[in-house]
Structures are given as C-alpha cells and as structure tokens.
Design a protein around this ligand. Structure first.
Ligand SMILES: [Fe+2]
Length: 363
C-alpha cells in the first residue's frame, strides 16, 4: 500500500510526535525546515488517522517564513506569540496583511501564497496548522502537487473582503446530532480564550456552552467548534469516529478515551495540550475557571455526517455511567483541594435541568 503522506513527512527528517496526546504543543521539539524558513514538528496522534495534518510551526524572534503556497485550506491557531500574516494571489493581487496574537484562529485560503512574521524580537511565535493533506494524498498520491504548485491559480475573489469581522448565521436543528444555534462565519477570530458568543450545549450536560465556526470560502470539511464548560463539572461520554483534533485554549482538566470494552486512556490537559478523541470519550474540568476545548475537523463532509447520524445516540447518560467515572473525577479534584460541583440529582434524573451561568447575546 502507498503511504504517501507518511513517507513524505519521513523524508523531511523533522520531529514527528505520536501517541494519544501532547501535553504542551508550545514546548514540543521542532526542527529547522530550510524551505519554509521556520521550525516545524508534525503531530500524528492516534485518532487523527490518515485524515488530518497537524503541525507545529515555530518562527524565530523577528523572523518571517518563506513565501509558501498550499493547495488546500489551512487553519492556523496561535499557541504563543504575536505576528503578522501576508496573503496574496498569483499576480500579487489583493494582497492582505493582518495581525494575530495568542489564541487567534485564522484561515489561509487554498491556492494562495502567504508568509508568517513573528512581530516580537525576543521570543518565538508558535502556531498550529491544521488541514486535510493526508486525506488529499490518498486521492492524488504526489505531495508536490499540493506544494507551491504555480499552475494552480487562486480562486476568483477568494481574497476580497477576506479578513472582515465574523458574522452570526442562524443554524436550524437537523435530524442528526445538531440541535441548531448560531454559527459564526469569518476568517479571523482574534482570541478564542475570551470569545463569549456562545450557545447552550444542553445535550452533553454539565451546563456547558459551545460556539461553531465556519470559514466562508472553506471547502465543506473546514470548520471548528469550541466547548466551554464550568469548573467542577464534567460532560457526558459520547462516541464517534476518528477525525477530530482538540487543542486547549484555557483551563485545566483531563479527558478519557476508550473503545467499548477496552482500558480507558487518561489524558491530562491545560492550555496548549492536544489530543484526538475517537470511540467513547469524556471531558472533565479540574480547574477553577471554565475550561475551553477547541475542535478541528468539525463537519468534514458527507462521511462524517452519515456516521454522526448513526452514532450520535451513543451517549452515556450520567445515571448509566460506570461509577468509576465519578470516583475518578472526585479523586482528581481532591488532589487539588477541590470538590465536585456536579449536583447529586444528575446521577438519578435523566432530564436534569442544568443551571447556565451565563448565556451570551448569541442566544
Ligand atoms: Fe466528541
């Protein structure tokens, strides 16, 4: 079998980090990639499978990366630092420049050129890049086709009005897993650590909220969602297939991942941690502030939506869960001198009515 993507990253001689999680992407080992003019590490976690590319890009103080062109939409999340992005088309048309800071999220549109600059002279800027390169190389098995391919023109008007403010779009409930709400559509989100335009996310319990993000020009697979849930609480376990990647903008806690009858994998997290949930998984807040987890790979096309319709019922309600879950949460909290804020009734009542600390103006 041809393993195009795996062979390609192997040929670059850069660090590749594997396993179930990386505890801190900000400090992960990277290596110099001359052609890009920056340091890079590839992240290949169990649960990403051959769908998502995620890599850490570290730009030295005051430096700018080489101009680069990639055939696919590429979403960037800033783990650390401040900087600038310049994006342009083949004829230097519609050149755009915008600034970013820690926890910014932005999209570089497919088939456009770009450069990233570190605006600070005393520390590196560290970004996470996310795209569907491994999936694409299963269709056209030549990585060079996607990289700096000067025959691929940018799409008409893709760069016009590009980095304007995000707009709220009402989303109707569907008969699958989506209960409706607001989707924010934009190409630049300045700080996901403080973004507060949130919808209640009742189905998953804990009195949590979420925001869904789409990029106006992205192909169907592009998009993010972010969950925000209160201190001292944990969400319901649920099941779905591989193809999601989570990075933590704020808070601390842990997640569990397990297949039907297999051992549970314990994943500790805090700002800058990442993991790729699949099978059953469950998220726990061990901090004193609301925890945020930002998901990449939300809604990647028909295959996922089909699977969601089948699997979305596979959620474990609190009264049905293994008591070990609650005990583990309480034990982890007590190590920090904290107590669970999960009301006792949630373990008895299937339709427990959560209190929502704060609803945003998006509701
Ligand atoms: Fe999930």
């Amino acid at each position: 079998m041809i393993e195009t993507y795996e062979d390609w990253i192997g040929s670059l001689g850069l660090p590749i980090h594997r396993g179930f999680f990386v505890e801190d992407l900000r400090t992960v080992e990277t290596g110099w990639w001359e052609e890009r003019g920056c340091e890079v590490a590839f992240i290949r976690l169990t649960g990403q499978e051959d769908l998502l590319e995620t890599k850490v890009i570290k730009i030295p103080p005051g430096k700018t990366t080489q101009p680069w062109k990639f055939a696919l939409d590429d979403v960037f999340y800033v783990l650390e630092g401040k900087g600038l992005t310049a994006v342009w088309g083949m004829e230097q048309t519609a050149r755009k420049t915008f600034e970013w800071g820690v926890r910014s999220l932005f999209l570089i549109p497919r088939q456009s050129y770009y450069q990233l600059s570190n605006a600070q002279g005393d520390k590196p800027a560290v970004l996470l890049s996310h795209n569907y390169f491994p999936l694409a190389t299963q269709v056209v098995a030549d990585p060079e086709f996607y990289l700096n391919n000067s025959y691929l023109p940018e799409e008409a008007n893709v760069l016009e009005e590009f980095y304007s403010e995000a707009k709220a779009i009402k989303r109707e409930a569907d008969w699958g897993s989506d209960t409706g709400g607001i989707t924010w559509s934009g190409n630049f989100f300045p700080d996901l650590g403080i973004w507060d335009r949130l919808d209640r996310f009742e189905r998953r319990g804990a009195g949590g909220h979420q925001v869904r993000i789409k990029y106006p020009i992205a192909t169907r697979g592009g998009g993010n969602s972010m969950s925000v849930f209160p201190a001292g609480r944990y969400k319901k376990a649920h099941y779905h297939e591989a193809g999601n990647f989570i990075v933590i903008p704020a808070g601390e806690g842990f997640s569990l991942i397990w297949d039907d009858d297999k051992e549970r994998i314990f994943i500790p997290w805090h700002e800058g941690s990442c993991f790729a949930p699949q099978f059953y998984h469950q998220h726990f807040n061990l901090g004193t502030i609301p925890a945020r987890y930002l998901k990449f790979g939300y809604g990647w096309g028909g295959m996922r939506r089909h699977a969601q319709r089948y699997f979305h019922t596979r959620q474990i309600e609190y009264p049905d869960e293994d008591p070990w879950i609650r005990e583990t949460f309480e034990k982890e909290l007590s190590k920090r001198g904290l107590k669970s804020l999960m009301p006792n009734e949630v373990y008895k009542k299937y339709d427990y009515d959560w209190e929502y600390a704060k609803d945003s103006d998006a509701d």
